[in-house]
Design a protein around this ligand. Sequence first.
Ligand code: ATP
Ligand code: MG
Length: 312
Amino acid sequence: MKEKTGKLSVPFAVQTIGLTKTYKEKSVVKDLNLNVRQGDIYGLIGRNGSGKSTTLKMIGGLVRPSEGEIRLFGKPVGDPLVRRRFGVLIEEPGLYPNMTARQNVVMKAKCIGLADEKSVDGVLEMTGLSDTGKKYVKHFSMGMKQRLGVALALLGNPDLLILDEPINGLDPEGIQELRRLILRLNEEGKTILISSHILGELSKISTNYGIIKDGEMMEQISKEELEERCQDYFEIRVQDVHRALPLVQESFASVRTEVADRQTIRIFGLTDGADVVRVLVENRVPVHASGFHHMDLEEYFLARMEGGRKYV
Ligand code: ATP
Ligand code: MG
């Protein structure tokens, strides 16, 4: 895959190599290579049942892989030095309903051997839960519960946060709050690996995407590459692509062309399509149809998730 050269020197926070999980002879994650660089907000996107949670559970050390390798910060996932560098929120956060936010955080802090009050207050502050006082978690809104889940994952100040569908079930305001929190944590230097089955939830924050379908990685793509692919283009349908293509390329040096099929050429970087049609017709290459198109993000992802070409 093409990568921006500047990023190549950034070390990986997460790297899986041939990661596979098989349940009763059914592979639900297949030979998955996933690469998250430090500082990324990596959005793992796929339909229900595509293997997102299983993948994140394996990365978080909660499920044992059947095959393959996981490296976190360049080290095997079981390495004790690595254990403290990541926090996970997978599926429902395990919250105690008859306790306050603070009591929940204190409980988890004790479990992981963190005794200081400062880190408890710190994560409550960061997730906007400092003022919830004596309110029991059972009376929390969905958004508050999710934020408390993130607070628990933040204990120990991890460098990597693994968040499985944290936006699930939130209202628009809750989504916005959580997005802002994720962006802030990322600005403070944390790497985020987040999953969703809804593109709109990820597209406002992700710097990179992994598209997963039936347990397979269909494509890993950076935000910049995605934007490049989703540019407007002028499409022409001609009888003979082999004659038309050189003519377009010679006459319009600054454009980028792509042959979509035997009769279709896509031209990127054009403002006016009429000139293209004129040049072709003048050179006796009949144009059957032409027009501007826009590929939006949603279309792009749907095409990939529906099993379009595999680009890895
Ligand atoms: P969703 O968007 O619904 O959360 P997902 O992408 O997180 O889906 P997974 O939960 O990873 O998908 O599940 C992938 C597949 O693995 C599903 O077919 C699921 O039924 C199966 N699966 C998950 N856990 C187990 C298990 N413990 N035993 C057997 N099959 C499992
Ligand atoms: Mg899931």
